[in-house]
Design a protein around this ligand. Sequence first.
Ligand code: BT5
Length: 263
Amino acid sequence: MPPDDETTALDSDLIAHALGGSPLPFRLLYFPALDSTNTYAMRLPPDEALEGLVIITDHQTAGRGRVGRAWEGFARQQLTFSLILRPPFAANWLMMASALAVHKAITGVTGLAAAIKWPNDVLIGGKKVCGILIETSGAIAVIGIGVNVNGSLAHVPELAARATTLEDEAGRPLSREALAAALLLALAEHYDAMRSHGDAGREAVRLAWRDRLNTLGADVCIDQGQTQVTGWAEDVAEDGELIVRRDDGERVLISWGDVSISD
Ligand code: BT5
């Protein structure tokens, strides 16, 4: 990655301007650096955690993944933000809607082919380009999204084999502002459909998400820490759980874990 001074700070006004007319009342709170946008959002007092508030930073120094893992930040290269919502439905629908929105924004802005690894990593050429962490507290849901946009991970040994950036894949740097606007607009559109059209709206999102999963119809291993499940990924259930036909023939529902596709 080039040093900070060769890169440009994120223009959050440009993003805010592009979000006009969206069904969500977006408001952006920009920080040049922050430990974790999710941590910041989760610590807000309830009367400040308003629907549509986006905490966005140019340099996340202690980004969090699932189950206590870390998300590596690269100053002024990534898109790193958390969106606060107050959904009238369960958070699993946000997991599907947010992965779908990231997929749509990445393919739309870059023209690259992308896939979703169940439940919500977005991959290009099999390598992770985006991670999503959704946390809830009472009525509040925080959707944290990190996308590797510019620079290269080729010289980051711990990530190079499994992760990539949009610039590495597209062969050109990309506008983080354009990607942020496309992503937030797509997410607002899916959220609004799920709110306004009830079950039908949510089912449309689920099917679109399901269509983009690279996990189905493959032999998989699901790592759940102490437990590993191996089998054939048959489908996803109505609420997004992964349906796996285990090697012993039994059909099990998987609600969390890290999936790898067996060769
Ligand atoms: C995730 O967790 O992928 C969720 C990452 C969410 C990050 C966003 S950024 C904004 C918001 N604020 C936060 O503090 N977090 C959210 P998980 O599925 O557990 O994957 C974590 C694993 O991904 C790590 O153990 C690494 O193997 C890998 N990883 C870490 N940094 C990465 C990066 N920059 N690009 C690709 N892979 C990475």
